[in-house]
Ligand binder design. Structure first.
Ligand code: G4P
Length: 522
């Protein structure tokens, strides 16, 4: 198979959802399709004390390794699938955002009974800003949920994206009959036993389907479908690939129902690895020389194992174990001998991989997040990874003042590595750490102690809304403890607003001061 063919069969995507929307259940279904597990429930089941393969956090904790997002890869039909997990709730961290820089598309799961929830919205904003194609799976149709039209309206309004329902549900909960598959022009009947019956539109008026079509839920759905055909947005694959329209699928990950159809359609529509921007122009994924960038570094939480793994997204060419590459930042040569590929819960040594794939490489403490690795004579770096706005802020200091030197060294290195963000109070030079989630503080504290032998103390200044100032000639007396003025690592001024109200009040009062929301510019 040619390099071009190998690269083009790669589908690399992340699944995003609010906790409990069904990400684990759906991921497990996909692993089943990939023959990575034999039956549903073998890896899943919080109640049985087991966990899904994608819930790596627990597994890694047991092994004494910290992990914040994981990778699963497997062949499916003619494709090679790479799924990147994006943990939610307390495990949410900057890594979750950064994972989105390493994928070519995203699957968003929404719980039909709940609609869009806060966390989904944040991740979604990053996808929109970066133009990542988004495919939506509305889950839990086997439960009484919200009206499908209302859900679509909410997606369009809250997330500011066009929707195109690929299928349309007839009823839900106890009245759930199945879905109209608009793509293949067939009705997929829900039998409740995990099996699906496909009835082509042309066969629906046959006598054996009279009972089905006379049901109220069926007729209502048919009317709605007519409405969508006439008044809804038309399907545009161009808009989908630009991230301006999201194809929407309805189904149930648990039943399961509509999952296979969803996955087949998704996988055929999802983009193959994209060309990437670099300092030497756009790099094509099927260009001969290997290149990639590091989007995550995973430090081992276990002091007995100091090794770290850097997650590399291959952006061009072919990787072969043992190959020589160079680290663009330092121009140093590196032999990539110790590499891992992530196949569900086991880690295998990877011998070869192609653009689009994600591999883990052993990090002898030389890599930083955003680093570019390249093969051959060319010299370039991939675009810097965007900064993502932290939400939780804490003042940090060393418990023992005698440890000031190690403290400084530790902070400097962990910040450089991208584990956490550092700010300085513009007056007191006090160190303020910023993180997207609490987990980042835990990891920071742990690593400071284990790697730098410093115990740290935090003083929370709570959740804050950070806004970068466009102009650094600013009247500093406008800020106080309520709205704190700090400097980031690049010496840019940032205001940590106490809450939404303070932010709005400030904007109204000083309309000329331009405030930048990083989520809007990424
Ligand atoms: P997450 O990874 O997004 O957090 O969600 P997960 O798959 O763990 O699903 C959360 C709960 O929702 C689980 O209930 C799961 O069985 C259920 N669920 C997922 N998909 C569907 C669906 O299509 N229909 C219905 N009715 N339920 C679904 P659980 O195992 O009871 O776990 P928990 O509620 O005790 O956490």
């Amino acid at each position: 198979m040619s390099l071009h063919e190998e690269v083009n069969k790669r589908k690399t995507f992340a699944i995003i959802s609010h906790p409990d929307a069904g990400k684990t259940t759906l991921t497990e279904r996909l692993l089943l399709f990939g023959n990575l597990i034999r039956s549903a429930g073998t890896v899943k089941g919080k109640k049985s004390g087991k966990y899904a393969t994608s819930d790596w956090m627990e597994i890694e904790k047991q092994r004494g390794i910290s992990v914040t997002s994981s990778v699963m890869n497997f062949p499916y039909k003619d494709y090679q699938v790479n799924i990147l997990d994006t943990p939610g709730h307390e495990d949410f961290s900057e890594d979750t955002y950064r994972t989105l820089t390493a994928v070519d598309s995203v699957v968003m799961i929404i719980d039909a009974t709940k609609g869009i929830e806060a966390q989904t919205k944040k991740l979604f904003k990053v996808c929109r800003m970066r133009g990542i194609p988004i495919f939506t799976f509305i889950n839990k149709l086997d439960r009484e949920g919200r009206e499908p039209l209302e859900l679509l309206e909410e997606i369009e309004e809250v997330l500011d994206i066009e929707t195109y329902p690929m299928n349309w549900p007839a009823g839900m909960g106890k009245r759930f009959l199945g879905i109209f598959d608009r793509n293949d022009k067939q009705f997929v009947q829900f039998n409740g036993n995990g099996e699906e019956t496909y009835i082509s539109y042309t066969d629906l008026d046959k006598p054996e389907h009279r009972e089905l079509v006379s049901k109220e839920a069926y007729q209502l759905a048919e009317d709605e479908l007519l409405l969508l055909d006439e008044a809804g947005d038309g399907f545009s694959s161009e808009s989908v690939l630009n991230g301006e329209q999201t194809p929407v699928f309805f189904g149930s990950a648990l039943a399961p129902f509509g999952v296979e159809t969803f996955f087949d359609t998704f996988i055929s529509m999802a983009p193959a690895p994209n060309p990437r921007k670099s300092t030497a122009g756009v790099v094509q994924p099927d260009s001969a020389d290997f290149s990639g960038f590091i989007f995550k570094i995973q430090a081992n939480m276990n002091p007995a194992h100091r090794d770290r793994v850097a997650f590399l997204r291959i952006c061009s060419g072919k990787f072969e174990r043992g190959m020589n590459v160079k680290l663009a930042r330092t121009n140093k040569a590196i032999k990539l001998a110790q590499t891992q590929q992530f196949v569900a819960s086991s880690r295998d040594t990877v011998e070869e991989a192609y653009a689009g794939d994600i591999i883990g490489i052993y990090d002898p403490n030389v890599y930083r997040i955003g680093d570019t690795l390249i093969e051959g004579k060319k010299q370039f770096e991939y675009d810097e990874l965007p900064q993502f706005p932290p939400e939780l802020f804490k003042k940090v200091s060393a418990k023992n003042v005698m440890k000031a030197k190690q403290f400084r060294k530790g902070i400097e290195q962990l910040v450089q590595e991208g584990a956490i963000q550092l700010y300085k109070d513009h007056r007191s030079e006090f160190n303020i750490l910023g993180a997207v989630g609490e987990l980042q503080y835990e990891v920071f504290q742990h690593r400071m102690k284990n790697e730098y032998n410093v115990e740290v103390m935090f003083e929370s200044i709570g959740e804050r809304i950070p806004r970068w100032l466009k102009d650094d000639k600013i009247d500093k007396s406008l800020f106080d403890e309520r709205n704190i003025l700090v400097k980031d690592r690049e010496d840019n001024y940032v205001v940590l607003f106490k809450n939404d109200f303070s932010l709005k009040w400030f904007q109204d009062k000083h309309p000329k001061i331009e405030l930048i929301d990083l989520l809007e510019v990424n």
